[in-house]
Design a protein around this ligand. Structure first.
Ligand code: IMP
Ligand code: MG
Length: 196
């Protein structure tokens, strides 16, 4: 059943067709992921690594649902041009602050779409010889996948449509929505250059 956009989002939500995942649905699933990570990584003090900015809300809720000691670090990457994207090239604007050699690393990602971004970043992290490297993604769009991504923790499978909110943007807007929404058809001009 279609979930309507709450009335208080009259200004921000005009381009939204409907709510895809409510705040409650997101928090419930993120809580489950956090409990599982707390069990799997007991005694390992993992480092959770995220790529800004799309992961901001997911990371904030995920770390607060994990009950074991952990550290958090972020990379910043730039949106790519369509040519760079086809080559799977990602520009790293800010690298990690923490060394990850011999550490248990969990890469936390908002959406995996083609997998090109994550594939590039995972290669770069693997080269630093972490003790282990796993991926935790909130949303998995497998229909457009080009690279094989090892996905240890997954929030939700997502059909091939563009979603915003809970950190995810369209042209830098909508990151502050507490839910994930679907844009109305026709709002999206180009699939080539989503923000990060
Ligand atoms: P990939 O390299 O094709 O896997 O692209 C993944 C990145 O594109 C994500 O980390 C997001 O920043 C962005 N992205 C992909 N799909 C969406 C979406 O539906 N909404 C917002 N951003 C998206
Ligand atoms: Mg991202």
């Amino acid at each position: 059943m279609k979930k309507p956009v709450p009335i208080e989002y009259a200004e921000l939500g005009t381009a939204l067709q409907e709510v895809f995942l409510t705040r409650e649905e997101l928090l419930a699933r993120v809580g489950e992921l956090g409990r599982q990570i707390s069990i799997d990584y007991a005694g390992k003090a993992p480092i959770l690594v995220g790529a800004l900015k799309g992961v901001m809300c997911f990371m904030a809720d995920l770390v607060r649902s994990i009950t074991i000691p952990l550290e958090v670090d972020f990379m910043a990457i730039s949106s790519y041009s369509s040519e760079e994207r086809d080559k799977g090239v990602v520009r790293v604007i800010k690298d990690l602050d923490l060394p990850i050699t011999d550490r248990h690393v969990i890469f936390v990602e908002d959406v995996i779409d083609t997998g090109l971004t994550l594939n590039y970043l995972l290669r770069s992290l693997r080269a630093r010889a972490p003790a282990s490297l796993e991926v935790c993604a909130l949303l998995n769009k497998s229909t457009r996948r080009l690279m094989d991504i090892p996905l240890r923790y997954k929030g939700f499978d997502l059909p091939d449509f563009f979603v915003v909110g809970y950190g995810l943007d369209y042209a830098e807007r909508y990151r502050n929505l507490p839910f994930i929404g679907i844009l109305k058809p026709g709002v999206l001009f180009s699939r080539g250059q989503p923000g990060n």
